[in-house]
Design a protein around this ligand. Structure first.
Ligand code: ATP
Ligand code: ZN
Length: 287
């Protein structure tokens, strides 16, 4: 059907919003949210956007009210609904950690035995403790978990830690990272074939954006007698482009290199005789 749309649930405002809007923008999708509405319009892709609290996104997607959603993996695991995680998105990275009063002792997970642990992630914590065969008393609270030890409600907390500043001001220290989280794309498990096609189209765009982010375009000059060696160092997507320079026996090579081994490759190129190396970002990459 020509007019079919995918319904995408995103966080209305908070620590996921910026990364979500930025990713959609790089995928050629502009979200206009005028006013304080539950729905927003998208340009550049057949999407209908629902603006929700992140806590509500798993249920909306599990019920099929939203076809897809973007939220933190921590919230996906905590809500434990029947939804598919289809893509890790690489933003809103954070960690869920155990923190204890500054002067308290901690020698490892076994130190949690018999303790009162305050958290807003009781499901994740319970599963973790069960796996480690540790019995503790979980106090589920929804906000300001960091104050729990100070007011005598708990001995330990299990929470998202960002800078550590909140911990410090509450006399706490981080002692163990239990899980790392980032934003993910989730989907209703029973999407119709036509909606699956739309989802694949969106995934294609997200993958092109992600590939572009992890690669750089590289240009360099090299004398003819060094070309063979240099070509081997920057194989690129198929093989590098070689263009003659105005100066005799000199060439310009263009290729793509991965962000991961960027500095190694640059060092090797220099030793191999490359000059005038330019590295520029890539906006989209389609293999
Ligand atoms: P809502 O009003 O939508 O329920 P919230 O207060 O639950 O919002 P936020 O603080 O906006 O949530 O965090 C949303 C998500 O962003 C978290 O579930 C987590 O995945 C991620 N996140 C949390 N803290 C950070 C951080 N310091 N840096 C990056 N990502 C974070
Ligand atoms: Zn929330």
């Amino acid at each position: 059907m020509e007019s079919e749309k995918l319904t995408l649930a995103i966080q209305k405002s908070g620590r996921l919003s910026e990364g979500t809007i930025e990713l959609l923008k790089l995928c050629g999708i502009k979200v206009s949210n005028e006013g304080n509405h539950l729905k927003a319009l998208a340009e550049g892709f057949p999407l209908e956007i629902l603006l929700l609290r992140d806590d509500d996104i798993p249920q909306y997607v599990a019920d099929g009210v939203a076809d897809i959603g973007m939220l933190g993996m921590n919230e996906v695991l905590e809500k434990d609904k029947k939804i598919d995680v289809v893509k890790y998105l690489g933003f809103s990275k954070c960690r869920l950690s155990i923190a204890i009063p500054r002067d308290a002792k901690y020698t490892g997970i076994e130190s949690l035995e018999g303790k009162r642990i305050a958290t807003s992630y009781p499901v994740i914590l319970e599963k973790f403790l069960e796996k480690k065969n540790i019995k503790a008393d979980i106090h589920s609270i929804s906000g300001s978990v960091e104050i729990a030890p100070g007011i005598g409600l708990a001995d330990v907390i299990f929470e998202i830690v960002s800078s550590g500043g909140t911990l410090l001001s509450n006399g706490l220290k981080e002692v163990d990272v239990i899980m790392k989280s980032e934003a993910v794309l989730v989907a209703y498990p029973n999407l119709t074939e036509s909606k699956k096609k739309l989802l694949n189209k969106l995934l294609f765009r997200i993958e092109a954006v992600q590939k572009a982010k992890s690669n750089k375009y590289i240009l360099l000059n090299a004398p003819e007698n060094k070309l063979n060696e240099i070509v081997k160092l920057i194989p690129g997507m198929k093989s590098p482009t070689i263009l003659p320079l105005a100066q005799k026996n000199w060439f310009s090579l263009h290729s793509v290199i991965s962000e991961d081994d960027f500095w190694n490759v640059i060092d090797n190129l220099k030793s191999a005789g490359a000059e005038g190396i330019l590295v520029v970002p890539i906006e989209k990459m389609v293999l």
